[in-house]
Design a binder for this molecule. Structure first.
Ligand SMILES: C[S@@+](CC[C@H](N)C(=O)[O-])C[C@H]1O[C@@H](n2cnc3c(N)ncnc32)[C@H](O)[C@@H]1O
Length: 251
C-alpha cells in the first residue's frame, strides 16, 4: 500500500504543474467577472491589501491599480512564479492559508478567489483571513445549489485531480464567514458556465479523460442535471456554477 500524501502536498504539486495552463480557464481572465469583483470590493481609501491563494495573479492584476500596496501568498511556487509577472517578488510569499505568516490586522483589505475548496481546514482559513485583515475582507468561492450537486461536483473534480476537500452552497459559505465575526456581510453572485472541454484543458488533465468525464455527466442524477442546468453538445457538456462574493467588515 502506498502512503497517502497530505492534501497540501497534493495541491502544491498539482498547481506547480498546472500553472502554465491555468489562465486558459474561461473564468480566470473573464473581464466582466473581474470588473464585478473590483466594483464589489469597494476599494476606495484602501492602501494595503493581501490576496490569499493568489495563483497566477489574474485577480491581482485588476486590484493592484486600485490600492497602494498589494501582497500575495500561495502554497505553490509554480503559481507564484507566474504571479511575479504581476507583482514584485518581494510582495509574494510562499505560505499556507491555514496558518498565515502575518501579524493580526496586517492588511486593510484581505481577499481570495477560489481557495477553500482545496483546503483541509477551510474554517481555519476564513478565521485567518479575518485575523490578518484590518478593515474588510472579500471571499469568493464557486458554489452549488444544494448538497447533492455539491457532492456530485466533488466527485466530478476527483476524476480530474485530487486537490479538492469540499464544495458547498452559498448559504453554508455565508454562515461560515459570519461565524468569524465579520460584520455587515453582503453577498453577490455571478453565474459561470463550465464547459467540460475547457475545464479539462485548463486543469492540465490527460487527453484520455474526456470520454470518462462526459459519461459521468451523462450519468448524473436527474435532480443534479436540473440543478446545474446540464447541457450536452456533440462532443462536450456544460453546466452552471454560481460564484459567491461574500464581503464583510472587521469593526
Ligand atoms: C483555483 S486557484 C485560484 C487562483 C487565483 N486566486 C485566481 O482566482 O485566479 C487556487 C489557488 O490557491 C492556492 N492554494 C491552495 N491551497 C492553498 C493553501 N493551503 N495555502 C495557500 N494557497 C493555497 C493554489 O496553489 C492556487 O494557486
Amino acid at each position: 500500500m502506498g502512503q497517502t500524501l497530505p492534501k497540501e502536498e497534493v495541491v502544491k504539486a498539482h498547481f506547480d504543474q498546472r500553472a502554465k495552463v491555468f489562465e486558459t480557464g474561461h473564468y480566470v481572465r473573464d473581464k466582466d467577472k473581474l470588473d464585478k469583483i473590483v466594483e464589489f470590493a469597494g476599494l476606495g481609501g484602501i492602501r494595503t491589501a493581501l490576496e490569499i491563494g493568489i495563483g497566477t495573479g489574474a485577480v491581482a492584476r485588476e486590484i493592484k491599480t486600485k490600492v497602494k500596496e498589494l501582497h500575495g501568498l500561495d502554497i505553490s511556487v509554480g503559481m507564484l512564479e507566474k504571479a511575479s509577472e504581476v507583482l514584485p517578488r518581494n510582495r509574494l510569499v510562499v505560505g499556507d492559508a491555514q496558518n498565515l505568516p502575518f501579524l493580526d490586522n496586517s492588511f486593510e483589505f484581505v481577499y481570495w478567489r477560489s481557495l477553500i475548496t482545496h483546503v483541509p481546514q477551510y474554517r481555519k482559513c476564513i478565521e485567518e483571513a479575518y485575523r490578518v485583515s484590518k478593515t474588510k475582507a472579500l471571499l469568493i468561492e464557486p458554489t452549488l445549489p444544494d448538497e447533492e450537486s455539491a457532492n456530485w461536483f466533488f466527485d466530478l473534480n476527483r476524476l480530474r485531480d485530487d486537490t479538492h476537500t469540499c464544495f458547498f452552497t452559498v448559504e453554508e459559505f455565508v454562515e461560515w464567514v459570519e461565524e468569524t465575526g465579520l460584520k455587515n456581510v453582503e453577498v453577490e453572485t455571478m453565474q459561470q458556465t463550465v464547459e467540460v472541454t475547457n475545464w479539462l484543458e485548463a486543469g492540465n488533465a490527460p487527453a484520455g479523460l474526456k470520454e470518462k468525464v462526459l459519461e459521468f455527466c451523462r450519468n448524473a442524477p436527474v435532480d443534479v442535471k436540473k440543478a446545474v442546468s446540464m447541457r450536452f453538445a456533440e462532443d462536450d457538456a456544460s453546466f452552471e456554477l454560481k460564484w459567491a462574493m461574500v464581503r464583510g467588515e472587521k469593526y
